[in-house]
Design a protein around this ligand. Structure first.
Ligand code: DI6
Ligand code: FE
Length: 408
């Protein structure tokens, strides 16, 4: 028996395909979890649907994509936040053995089950806002066993929740204490041993590195990227967050999927990202919580037509939060993005940042049928509400998720 044809009618579709692509009186059909047809309801192809959903004229967007999170972690770093409020810097705390290494100690001490239980509510919070795809990085294990543990938890979350999880190996997040003074050897261990083993276990979809004076150099990133390429894995970079080391220019040259943060990037980086089709991922929650002053070069990125994405960066240090809608609001208010840029930043461009543009991020025939029905009067309201959730219905692979969902 062939799969049922579902008709979703009476919708204001924001396809995010060409520009934002609004179809005021739209409809779409789905079959076997994919979109078959999208357009004006008046132009609907003839033929009876097996199931009809009247969306009552509501706004519909692609399922949201959070393309940069560190949401698997244990414990909190609220005491560091309090120290930063008193004036201590993020770098100073990191150099004194706190920061990322504080979370590494907590993650190493946690069982796989504890890690899952602590991380699940953060994922649930994102899902409740209409996130249907989320990237989750490792990077708080910093040993082969503990990185594998984090990645297994990420995969497990993807099976336990109605969401698509893409995992990223961020073993090169900071130097673990066992390798003090031996950063090149650490990168070599990841490149030669960890990457091939974790890849063979099906635990990684991409490779990331924190390129920064308190983390790793451009040359070390280049070495790691070569190893990723040898495994057929795409790369991305935490680049130019606290200073300009030149990571973005190298990553763009190597065709990275994305460069993320970018507060210290400038005109040259904007041009390089645009030329390479590397997505500029903006993380305004980290900017906000660090009390950062320097802004990513949004005007230059726009002028060069670089693709902009927005993500939550959910992590215990610089971005303690699990709200992509809040990140959208911050990207508009703090960084000056337009409502349309913000929407594309969590749909089409976020999909690109994960290499998923052929599957997700737009409402178009052939794409996975992940979409959100919103309680909104205008689509600008998406980057407008803070701490208020206008989600009505989430449809994942053409199935309606029921709320209250027992696992959300
Ligand atoms: N930049 C960030 O903002 C996060 N990682 C990174 O490289 C912060 C991670 C943390 O402080 O735990
Ligand atoms: Fe990050």
């Amino acid at each position: 028996m062939s799969e049922p044809l579902k008709l979703w009618r009476n919708a204001r579709l924001v396809t995010c395909d060409a520009a934002a692509g609004v179809i005021a009186r739209g409809a779409l059909t789905t079959r076997a979890g994919r979109i078959e047809w999208v357009g004006e309801e008046a132009a609907l192809p003839a033929g009876a649907a097996d199931e009809v959903h009247d969306l009552t004229g509501a706004w519909v967007t692609p399922g949201l994509i959070d393309c940069h999170t560190h949401l698997v972690f244990a414990g909190t770093r609220a005491s560091e936040y309090a120290e930063r409020l008193r004036g201590r810097s993020y770098e100073d705390i990191a150099r004194a053995g706190g920061g990322i290494l504080a979370t590494v100690r907590a993650v190493r001490a946690a069982s796989e089950e504890q890690l899952f239980d602590e991380s699940a509510p953060r994922l649930a919070a994102l899902l409740s806002e209409g996130v249907t795809t989320v990237e989750i990085k490792s990077g708080y294990g910093l040993s082969l066993a503990d990185e594998a543990k984090m990645l297994r938890v990420a995969r497990h979350l993807g099976r336990a929740f109605p969401v698509t999880v893409r995992t990223t190996l961020l073993a090169a997040h900071t130097l673990p204490p066992e390798y003090r003074g031996r950063a090149d050897e650490y990168i070599e261990a990841i490149a030669r041993e960890w990457l091939p083993q974790l890849c063979a276990q099906g635990l990684i979809d991409a490779v990331d590195i924190f390129c920064e004076s308190i983390a790793f150099s451009v040359a070390q990133a280049e070495r790691l990227f070569a190893a990723a390429r040898a495994q057929g894995l795409p790369v991305k970079m935490h680049a130019e967050q606290l200073s300009n080391l030149g990571g973005t220019l190298m990553a763009a040259r190597q065709g990275a999927l994305s460069c993320d943060h970018l507060e210290y990037a400038g005109e040259a980086e904007a041009a390089a990202l645009a030329r390479a089709g590397t997505v500029a991922v903006l993380l305004p929650v980290a900017f906000y919580c660090l009390g950062a002053e320097r802004q990513p070069p949004v005007a230059a990125l726009r002028a060069h037509r670089a693709m902009l994405a927005i993500a939550s960066d959910c992590n215990p240090g610089s971005a303690p939060g699990a709200s992509l809608l809040t990140a959208m609001s911050m990207a508009t208010r703090l960084f000056g993005l337009t409502a349309e840029e913000a929407l594309l930043g969590v749909t089409r461009h976020a999909a690109r940042a994960l290499g998923l543009q052929g599957e997700r991020g737009t409402l178009a025939p052939g794409q996975v049928a992940d979409f959100v029905v919103w309680n909104l009067r205008s689509i600008e309201e998406l980057g407008y509400w803070i701490g208020f959730n206008p989600r009505r219905t989430v449809v994942r692979a053409a199935e309606v998720l029921r709320w209250p969902n027992p696992i959300l």
